[in-house]
Design a protein around this ligand. Structure first.
Ligand code: SF4
Length: 250
């Protein structure tokens, strides 16, 4: 017992008391800021592996960005990544960062269905569907439930069966093989239900966007309730995104 107490004392408090205001240490890349300084915009756009950068003026689509950081390395005077991890929103257009803007990414309250607050505000069960993912976003979703991030404190849990769920969280670019299982899983969730896209691959296909091995009809056929950028997503991005959708973010 004494040894266990020593370990606990050594490790200190691991949990994050307030996940809405926590800061992220290390080299985390969050919301980018694009300065108004003139650069060779075509060169800048060409170096992006996922065509996330467009020009005239320069914009970065966080739904396509892999957060590789190459644009900030090659053009540090033009692009810098902040540590702002609150990247999630329910409107696809809000994921596009424009030159000269340094504003937090917010939700569009007009797009949040009334039943989401009414039915899921205090308790939300989610079923995760890995639709061809590389296990990175899946690991981070697991981490959101560990002792540090502890998403269960908000009454948000992952469940094994879609029949016990209030919505699905999709990771991965949605391969053709996963298109039908994904649709069947979604249909098994009782209504009303929500769809959350977690990670760049799920939002846009990421580096696989043009691959014939994908079938992204699901995205076209259903309304998306929440977009969570990241490659992979950070647990704080995921938790704050879901809290924002439930109107519980600080
Ligand atoms: S960080 Fe994003 S925008 Fe910049 S080069 Fe990488 S993928 Fe493109």
């Amino acid at each position: 017992m004494f040894d266990n107490l020593k370990i606990l004392w050594h490790q200190g408090k691991q949990y994050i008391p307030d996940v809405t205001t926590a800061t992220v240490p290390g080299i985390f890349r969050g919301r980018p800021v694009i300065s108004g300084i003139k650069v060779e915009e075509e060169l800048l756009a060409e170096l992006c592996p996922t065509n996330a950068i467009s020009t005239g003026p320069v914009r970065i689509d966080l739904g396509k960005c892999t957060f590789c950081g190459e644009c900030a390395v090659q053009f540090p005077e033009k692009i810098a990544f902040t540590k702002d991890y609150k990247l999630s929103t329910n409107e696809r257009a809000r994921l596009i960062i424009k030159e000269g803007e340094d504003q937090p990414i917010t939700m569009n309250p007009d797009l949040i269905r009334s039943e989401i607050h009414r039915l899921f505000g205090r308790s939300l069960k989610l079923r995760e569907v890995c639709a061809g993912g590389d296990n990175s976003c899946e690991w981070e979703l697991n981490a959101s439930n560990n002792v540090q991030f502890d998403i269960s404190r908000f009454g948000i849990d992952f469940v094994a069966s879609p029949r016990h769920a209030d919505g699905i969280v999709i990771t991965g670019p949605i391969t053709a093989n996963m298109a039908e299982p994904l649709e069947r899983c979604y249909q098994a969730v009782p209504s009303p239900k929500m769809i959350i896209l977690a990670g760049t691959d799920a939002i846009s296909g990421g580096i696989f966007a043009d691959s014939p091995a994908l079938n992204r009809e699901f995205i076209l056929n259903h309304t998306i309730d929440l977009y969570i950028p990241g490659n992979p997503i950070h647990p704080l991005t995921f938790i704050n995104g879901v809290l924002g959708l439930l109107n519980r973010r600080g």
